[in-house]
Design a protein around this ligand. Structure first.
Ligand SMILES: C[S@@+](CC[C@H](N)C(=O)[O-])C[C@H]1O[C@@H](n2cnc3c(N)ncnc32)[C@H](O)[C@@H]1O
Length: 308
């Protein structure tokens, strides 16, 4: 037992940052704070419970992977969870699809500097701004995905990882890390799923536009089922929605699957009610849900990152 403890490291929590009204924030999520202030982000999630597939978080310890501006973390806390939020420690952890003409391919240090100043630093600022405004008790960790394999197994009841799979070059490795840490459930909200039982990953874009280099793979339903089955989880699917505000044509609603993986034999596996789930991968629903999403997102990110 002692040997086991010694082999595991604990997360290194960030020291809380004081409120800084002048901090340059990138608001990924729209938020409304208790003092009435509202901020509009790239995305508005109007129904947190539906976004996470109706999974009840009260009394659970939750890791929110890819927390961005923290909408999921702070709503999980509101729902009665004890929350740890996680984002990348450094820009070294972000991988972009290689294209000969991309900055991330030609000059990785210059690309990291742009990503740090335009994305990672201001998104972290937004999380701390919101943390202070909410008077949150959530803890925050900035760590590379591989480090999660060093933390004690099943140290959280629930791991949530919304809208991040698409940004990872190595998503299966990351899913393994999340499953290892989750005693009850892994929730992967708002993430497209290829509607096939084959074991496959497919590039999200046709790979003919080097500007769209920050998304990688769609995984199939068969692959999610198989990975999780190997790790002792059963998988359910439902539909979630969020409104995107950065598209050139104005705000638009997007609908994508949310994945709910329940550890077999856990309390959640026994009590989770699947009756209200809307299975998005049924053939009749699949084409509209998985085809529309990448187009709506890339315009927003592109606008932020590319010179005008
Ligand atoms: C698209 S946002 C998703 C925000 C939120 N989870 C949701 O569902 O709305 C992706 C988040 O994942 C983070 N991220 C991307 N790659 C990462 C990596 N390799 N390690 C840790 N965080 C990462 C980004 O910094 C960002 O905060």
């Amino acid at each position: 037992m002692q040997e086991h403890e010694e082999r595991n490291n604990l997360p290194r929590y960030e020291h809380p940052r004081p409120f800084d009204p002048q901090a340059r924030c990138y608001w990924y999520h729209s938020q409304q704070f208790p003092d009435g202030e509202r901020v509009r982000g790239s995305w508005t999630i109007d129904d947190f419970t539906a976004y996470i597939g109706g999974f009840a978080l009260g009394g659970k310890s939750v890791l929110d992977v890819g927390t961005a501006s923290g909408y999921l973390a702070f709503n999980a806390e509101k729902a009665g969870a004890t929350v740890t939020a996680l984002d990348a420690a450094t820009t070294h952890e972000f991988r972009h699809f290689p294209f000969a003409e991309s900055l991330s391919f030609q000059d990785v240090k210059a690309y990291r500097a742009v990503w740090e100043s335009e994305n990672l630093a201001p998104i972290k600022n937004s999380w701390w701004y919101a943390w202070n405004k909410f008077g949150s008790s959530a803890r925050c960790v900035y760590a590379p995905m591989i480090e999660l394999y060093e933390w004690p197994a099943q140290m959280f009841d629930v791991v949530m990882a919304g809208a991040i799979v698409e940004h990872l070059s190595d998503p299966v490795f990351a899913i393994g890390a999340w499953a290892r840490l989750a005693k009850d459930a892994v929730l992967i909200p708002f993430t497209d799923v290829l509607p096939t039982h084959e074991l496959m990953m497919r590039p999200i874009t046709p790979l003919d536009d080097s500007r769209i280099n920050y998304v990688w793979w769609h995984l199939s339903r068969g692959l999610y089922d198989k990975i999780f089955d190997n790790l002792g989880f059963d998988v359910h699917y439902t539909l979630a929605r969020a409104e995107h505000h950065d598209a050139e044509g104005g705000s638009e609603m997007a609908t994508r699957p949310s994945i709910i993986a329940l550890r077999r034999g856990s309390d959640s596996a026994r009590t989770f009610d699947t009756a209200a789930l809307i299975d998005p991968v049924r053939p009749a629903l699949a084409p509209t849900t998985s085809a529309a999403a990448p187009n709506t997102r890339r315009r927003g990110l592109l606008r932020r990152l590319l010179p005008r």
